[in-house]
Design a protein around this ligand. Structure first.
Ligand code: SF4
Ligand code: SF4
Length: 257
């Protein structure tokens, strides 16, 4: 997916939440927007005296998230009914551009004209490029209005980052009992040897993990790069496989039907 396509997904949204880490490790969020893009990344601006700017300068990282606007409706059981739509998120690395760099880009790229106006008319304006990022389009149709499955997840990355493949995984220890297939309401699991999860349809709800007698279903964090898995902590990384040995032992002792 190109930065142009990513920008166009965000550009349809009325409200995009940008999150950064404050100095104490808490996440702060606010509404902002991407004003343009080019082959180097996505661009946004903020003001020099606010905490958003200070946090961007301190961490050089940002995360942005948006969801198709809609009026929330409920069915008779008060369950939320969402019309088909999508969410999009992106996390990545940012750098500040000087006003001269913004002016230079505005000479050749029309999308930067408004950004130039913004920075010229506001001495405190600061312009940023999200130059490396990864994220996902989370295209949902929970009531199956337009298709036969609820989700279509499309990961993307640019600027040297690696996209995270969505969904859980089934290991070769699968005994093909079919219990996971019965509890998956996302039509994400296919029979096989072993059974297979289509990550693009998987919501990562964990229902299949909970019923698998041999704990053969693994969280995607198990397959992340080692540094990322370490950052998430041993406990989370082993969410689904931690009791695999116990599951096998139970099976051998006839404790599992
Ligand atoms: S985590 Fe949920 S959506 Fe994904 S395969 Fe398991 S039951 Fe289906
Ligand atoms: S529940 Fe576990 S063992 Fe059974 S089919 Fe699914 S992954 Fe395989």
């Amino acid at each position: 997916m190109t930065t142009k396509q990513i920008f166009e997904y965000f550009d349809k949204m009325a409200c995009v939440t940008f999150a950064t880490l404050d100095g104490k490790g808490y996440i702060e969020s606010r509404v902002a927007y991407f004003c343009t893009y080019d082959e180097d990344g996505l661009y946004f601006w903020t003001m020099s005296a606010n905490s958003f700017y200070r946090q961007l300068m301190r961490t050089n990282k940002v995360s942005a998230y948006a969801m198709t606007p809609q009026t929330v409706k409920h069915n008779d059981s008060q369950r939320v009914l969402l019309e088909p739509g999508y969410t999009i998120y992106i996390s990545g690395d940012v750098r500040e551009l000087s006003k001269n760099q913004v002016r230079d880009k505005a000479q050749t790229k029309s999308g930067f004209y408004l950004a130039t106006l913004g920075t010229e008319n506001n001495p405190g304006a600061r312009f940023f490029c999200l130059y490396a990022g990864r994220g996902e389009i989370f295209d949902y149709d929970y009531e199956k209005v337009n298709r036969t499955h609820k989700l279509l997840r499309r990961p993307f990355s640019f600027g040297g980052m690696t996209a995270v493949e969505p969904g859980l995984r089934i290991a070769d220890t699968c005994i093909e009992c079919g219990l996971c297939l019965e509890v998956c309401t996302f039509d994400a699991i296919e029979e096989g040897s072993p059974f297979v999860i289509d990550g693009t349809r998987c919501e990562e709800c964990g229902n299949c993990c909970s019923v698998c007698p041999v704990k053969a279903i693994r969280h995607k964090e198990d397959t992340m790069h080692q540094d990322e898995a370490a950052a998430l902590g041993q406990g989370k990384a082993n969410l689904c496989q931690g009791k695999a040995a116990q599951g096998k032992a139970n099976l051998a002792q006839g404790k599992v039907s």
